[in-house]
Ligand binder design. Structure first.
Ligand code: HEM
Length: 405
């Protein structure tokens, strides 16, 4: 979920110049027909304007995400600007061997067992948030539940004071709107500076007064006798606070949208809540919160017969892979009984999402509570749904919903 400012060679691939949605100012709620055309006509597409290569088919996306020796996660060419600075030394932009070392520091905090221990607190928070709107019969579910829940959970894990949480909303909005190719602008750089300043103060405070939180344990962690550097600590803070939050928010929001669109499904899940986890896997496939990830070729490579030079920025379209008919039968149909469901929504290979167990748990608890406490839940009739301003993140700006109070 990172901006890339690299420039590749100019070369036109494919039979026709197809407008690249990463260049468009609008963020379609339905980018899926575009992906389908690309899979058929230009599965490996070079965009002359941005210089990036775009990969659309399941097999190719999976390979690009996982073959780290060829497709590096390091930030694309030049000095990262804006929020890029925050992620420049982070896990998500590290290659082996550093990647394995950094990853070992956080995996312990996010094992399914450690995460399951959070379930009672997540349920309590969900109840508190829903108690505020239950009697009203209508609300924006993003604002009231899907956004605050993951922010509070991760803030508590990191020991961040409750009064500071509001600031993250603004920061993460700016960072999400910046997840596009191209340089940052002045406003974004100021926000980044503000975030860095905040995290530096937090790190200094934890250094002098360590607690039981994730930041304190990262501060005392050692890799081969070496402590994490300050940019690496900043990278962890930003990654956990921003990358994990918006995505989980959108998993919950996208789930309500998918279920509301699919006749009878909400009722079925209410009767059989044990089906909620598999329904969420289908939401992850059908409306993937992260639609694309970046890589850079470290050597010349061939993808689906197309030679790609070394040093080329590449976009792997997860959202397209997850709709590929070669991998999924009736790929355009939302089907909670789908099995197997080998979606790539959390990535694949060494960078597979560390937060997946937490995201799945939060979304399951949120959905169980929504179904049981808001009877007759549906998207507000006539509501105009708008997508967040990002081609990478897929989620709704707001989700006006109604139910029987
Ligand atoms: C990595 C998606 C929630 C932390 C990733 C990647 C994807 C992803 C696609 C792979 C990136 C790559 O290959 O370059 C999602 C989705 C989420 C979610 C769809 C919610 C539905 C979370 C949460 C956290 C988190 C809740 C933490 C609190 C991370 C971290 C990485 C990562 C630290 C980097 C792992 C590495 O590079 O080894 N995520 N994520 N994510 N995610 Fe998530």
């Amino acid at each position: 979920v990172l901006p890339v400012s690299g420039r590749g060679p100019k070369r036109q691939v494919g039979r026709e110049a197809i407008v690249d949605i990463t260049q468009s100012a609008a963020y379609p709620l339905n980018p899926f027909p575009h992906y389908e055309r690309m899979r058929a006509a230009s599965p490996v597409f070079h965009d002359d304007q941005s210089g990036s290569w775009h990969v659309f088919r399941y097999d190719d996306v999976q390979r690009v995400l996982s073959e780290h020796a060829t497709f590096s996660s390091r930030m694309g060419g030049g000095n990262p600007s804006g929020s890029g600075q925050l992620f420049a030394s982070s896990l998500i932009t590290a290659d082996p061997p550093r990647h394995r070392q950094l990853r070992s520091l956080v995996t312990q905090a996010f094992t399914p067992k450690a995460v399951d221990a959070l379930a009672p607190r997540i349920a309590e928070l969900t109840d508190e948030l829903l108690a505020g709107i239950e009697a009203t019969g209508s609300a924006d579910l993003i604002k009231e539940l899907a956004y605050p829940l993951p922010v509070i959970v991760i803030s508590e894990l990191m020991g961040i004071p409750a009064e500071d949480r509001e600031r993250f909303k603004h920061w993460s909005d700016v960072i999400v709107s910046q997840t596009q190719a191209g340089p940052g602008n002045g406003k974004d750089d100021a926000t980044t500076a503000e975030m860095i300043e905040y995290f530096l103060a937090l790190i200094a405070q934890r250094r002098s007064q360590p607690g039981e939180d994730l930041i304190s344990s990262l501060l005392s962690a050692e890799i081969d006798g070496q402590r994490l550097t300050v940019p690496e600590l900043l990278g962890f803070c930003s990654l956990l606070l921003v990358a994990g939050n918006e995505t989980t928010t959108n998993l919950i929001g996208n789930a309500v949208l998918c279920l509301a669109e699919s006749p009878g499904t909400l009722e079925r899940l209410l009767k059989e809540p044990a089906l909620i986890p598999q329904a969420l896997e289908e939401v992850l496939r059908f409306r993937s919160p992260v639609q694309s990830m970046y890589r850079v070729t470290v050597a010349e490579a061939t993808v689906a017969g197309q030679p790609i030079p070394a040093g080329a920025p590449l976009v792997a379209w997860i959202g397209s892979a997850n709709r590929d008919g070669q991998q999924f039968e009736r790929a355009a149909v939302f089907d909670i009984d789908r099995s197997p469901n080998r979606h790539l929504a959390f990535g694949h290979g060494i960078h597979f999402c560390v937060g997946a167990p937490l995201a799945r748990l939060e979304a399951r608890i949120a959905l169980e509570a929504l179904l049981s406490r808001l009877p007759g839940l549906s998207v507000a009739p006539g509501a105009e749904l708008e997508r967040m301003e990002s081609t990478i993140i897929y989620g709704l700006k707001a989700l006006p919903a109604t139910w029987q109070p």
